[in-house]
Design a protein around this ligand. Sequence first.
Ligand code: BGC
Length: 314
Amino acid sequence: MYRVGIDLGGTNIKAGIVDENQKILAQVSAPTGAERPAEEVIADMAALVRQLLEELAIDESALAGIGVGCPGLVDAQAGIVRYSNNISWENVALVEQLGKSFSCTIRISNDANCAALGEVKAGAARDVSNAILLTLGTGVGGGIILDGKVFEGSNAGGAELGHISMIMGGEPCTCGRRGCVEAYASATALIRDAKRAAAADKKSLMNQMCDGKTENMNGKIPFDAALAGDQAAKEVVENYYTYLAEAIANYVNIFRPDVVLLSGGICNQGTRLTKPVEEHLSFLCFGGDRAFVPPVRCAVLGNDAGIIGSANLI
Ligand code: BGC
């Protein structure tokens, strides 16, 4: 039997068909268009699933079910997204609405919890007992793996690691609070800081790299410009490492996991991201390097973790 995993993100909807060996046989994606009514986004999800079934010439009857990972507070039992800060959903009956297009089982959970589940089932957390996973994208999502199981809190309402206050009264966060980890360590925050730095230093290479239009800024440009020696970009990237490390040190002091996993597009930077963060951690975590300081790794499944994890809700 096949399962479909859908990773609903603030920017893109990704969907894939996963087989019994946790392999993604085919995947498709479409822009979320988060400002649209939920019904339209859900209709696009259904269309992506149909596209996958057609591509692999699989009949719906061969589907064991569809799992969806959604950002925000997800009532997994009721099948309702109670609240999502970064796609502005409130009480969306996702299981019921998607269920109008399919007769198979549909289950939902928080997107970052799904990514953590993916890593437990098929990725970097298969062989460890305790891990923390952070998804660095439009928002910052959290997955807490304790004794090999994903800790979700009640109704998938826990593990909101992106909404831990890091700087009182700091940058506004999508959740309504200020100074959250998400407001500093998400890809959105990195892009905001890169835009500000490029605007403040017209000679910065970052301006050239986005063709003089800051709306073209993305999360890769500051890393590329820093590598090419651009001072403004180096500062943006250094600050980003520090924010991320400060956040991770807080989680380490609570959980002391075996490993910290990062996922999301920023992970394409690989050790350029993880090494400096590890260096900061060696003195930020309680006990410094006198204690065990967990390694920081990019999640093995990368952007596929969400799809594989959501499929494993089935
Ligand atoms: C949401 C989380 C979600 C994360 C990643 C955050 O803004 O509050 O629920 O897991 O973004 O999408």
